[in-house]
Design a protein around this ligand. Structure first.
Ligand code: N01
Length: 538
């Protein structure tokens, strides 16, 4: 229920999005700084990414004890996760628990999609308009819109003629989709597709998977948490908090110091075997040089390819699945529950789109160059216009009517992923140029949200009315983002969404900051310590 009076239209801060970022930003600004805040949210409940991602098998790849807010010891003690990795429904429960505990919903207006945000120089206010034609004014505008919220359904000729149903995983119907007795086609084998395949195949009459790029995956080894582990996580939250802040990706595991060349082949295989058995994203932490040294990486890549060939009994499928053209973890590494094993079922088919591309969709299904597939349902697990898409979608204009879409024509330019030159008092939580998607998101979010809180608090104390990123420093930050990325194998994967390569026409710019969360946090702390003098304050 919304308690916001319709005449209350002017705010100190408008926060866009009621996911992990938006909820904590509201707590920081409303409860800690005493600001008059409004959260605008497209959905009809809190949850952000998890409000929309209800697809079969949707589950977080971060272990549950780390996929939590760490700002409140009380909250950490009160909430108990049930599985090693939290499923989408449990995450929504958690976010509702947080919203209720901190009484957040009274400041959230649901079913309000921001359609334009314009900085008005006369009064240094942001004017924000929503799809319900509501108009709001605010001194600060904070986007908490997530990095992966702008779904991408590729433009395939004939989709409108399809007489079955089609769904994008990131916009999944609340009531679910029944696959019983249905022939299903799924396009996409990224982290999402790899989670969805086993669950869909278990229910559907038949599933055809359309794979463009083969992908690595490590078993997640999801399981219910034991009482012992639940107690351990609560009793040791301070240890985990320190660990999450110390590790480059904000995950609850260390990256090993050893290099692949430090061990012999037998030891190496033993290390990989143990990591495979343990499961999860920490496989990439087995050696220090897996994401920086192509030779070292090849050992991990080969190990996984061998596993695929061992698991998948159909030789043709095994060959298509293990024909991977990029280094392991060069793209976001998926983890799975019986993904490769599912190809041993007798109701699944796998199409290699590299040798048999999709020609069109017609009323009965998908037509490739060489085949036709009759389908009742098409699942698009085809990813997102990541990082920049959700921001560009809001039609943001800054000083001198500067349009964000024009400023970012050649790719995003930000200072620290937090601010954009020409757009005063606009803060972008986990924006392009920040560690965001290369980390355990809640950790990156907490760091950004608290920095924004401290920045606004500083401005209020010093009676500044505007803060704006400097162009030259944004330019320099862009170079730093490139420099640190180029020390890794990540930019070598030319079809990666980190580079915007999944969206036709999108500028190819490596978007996230790959220098690790601790190093990034230190840089942000320095800026704060120097009274934000890297920004133009007025
Ligand atoms: O999207 P993706 P995703 N024709 O872009 C294919 C996070 N996440 O939703 O690789 C045919 O990775 C595309 O092929 P290619 C995580 O950060 C987190 O899976 O571009 N195929 C690819 O196979 C992740 O990285 C969690 O050649 C087309 C797939 O669709 C991010 O979300 C779970 C195509 C898209 O893969 C995005 O993952 C899931 C076309 N025209 C995701 N267009 C958790 O932690 C695209 N593809 C829970």
């Amino acid at each position: 229920m919304n308690h916001i009076h319709s005449s209350t239209k002017e705010y100190d801060a408008i926060i866009v999005g009621a996911g992990f970022s938006g909820l904590y930003q509201l707590i920081c600004l409303r409860d800690q700084l005493g600001l008059n805040c409004l959260v605008l949210e497209t959905g009809d409940d809190v949850g952000g990414t998890w409000y929309w991602n209800r697809y079969p098998g949707a589950r977080c790849d971060t272990e549950s004890h780390a996929y939590s807010y760490y700002f409140s010891d009380e909250l950490l003690k009160e909430w108990t996760w049930s599985e090693r990795y939290p499923g989408h429904a449990e995450i929504r429960k958690y976010m509702n628990f947080v919203a209720d505990k901190f009484d957040l919903k009274k400041n959230i207006l649901f079913k309000q999609k921001v359609t334009s945000a314009k900085f008005i120089e006369d009064n240094n206010n942001w004017n924000v308009i929503t799809n319900a034609n509501n108009h709001f004014k605010s001194k600060f505008l904070i986007t908490a819109v997530g990095c992966l919220s702008n779904t991408n359904i590729p433009k395939i000729k004939g989709l409108e003629d399809f007489k079955g149903n089609y769904f994008h995983t990131g916009n999944w119907p609340k009531d679910g989709v029944s696959f019983a007795e249905k022939s299903v086609g799924q396009i996409g084998t990224g982290s999402t597709g790899i989670q969805a395949v086993p669950v869909i195949a278990a229910e559907a009459k038949h599933l055809t998977v359309f794979q463009r790029t083969a992908n690595y995956s490590i078993p997640a080894r999801n399981k219910p948490l034991t009482e012992d582990f639940k107690n351990h996580a609560k009793e040791n939250f301070q240890f985990y908090k320190d660990l999450l802040k110390r590790t480059p990706n904000g995950h609850p595991f260390e990256i090993s110091d050893r290099l692949v060349s430090d061990v012999n082949e037998e030891e190496m295989n033993d290390i990989y075997e143990k990591a495979w058995e343990k499961g999860g994203l920490q496989f990439r932490g087995s050696f220090n040089d897996l994401v920086t040294n192509i030779e070292a990486n090849k050992t991990a890549s080969d190990f996984i390819k061998n596993k695929i060939n061992e698991i998948v009994l159909n030789k043709k499928f095994a060959s298509i699945l293990s024909d991977i053209d990029h280094p392991y973890a060069g793209k976001r590494p998926p983890i799975d529950s019986n993904y490769f094993e599912t190809y041993n079922r007798d109701n699944i088919n796998l199409i290699d789109l590299r040798s048999d591309p999709i020609k069109c969709i017609n009323k009965n299904g998908i037509e490739t160059e060489k085949n036709h597939f009759n389908l009742d349902i098409i699942v698009f697990a085809t990813g997102y216009d990541a990082m920049t898409g959700p921001l560009l979608n809001m039609n943001i204009s800054g000083k001198n009517n500067l349009k964000l879409e024009n400023v970012w024509k050649e790719g995003p330019k930000t200072f620290l992923g937090l601010q954009i030159p020409g757009f005063p008092n606009l803060f972008t939580v986990t924006g392009p140029g920040s560690p965001s998607v290369l980390t355990n998101m809640p950790m990156a979010i907490e760091q950004h949200v608290e920095w924004i809180r401290d920045c606004i608090s500083f401005m209020i104390k010093k009676e500044y009315t505007t803060i704006e990123a400097r162009s030259n420093l944004a330019e320099k930050w862009g170079q730093e983002v490139n420099t640190v990325a180029n020390k890794t194998l990540l930019p070598t994967v030319k079809h990666s969404w980190y580079l915007g390569a999944n969206i036709p026409g999108k500028p190819r710019v490596f978007m996230p900051y790959a220098g690790g969360l601790p190093r990034y946090s230190k840089i942000c702390d320095e800026v704060k310590k120097n009274d934000f003098e890297d920004f133009i304050l007025a």
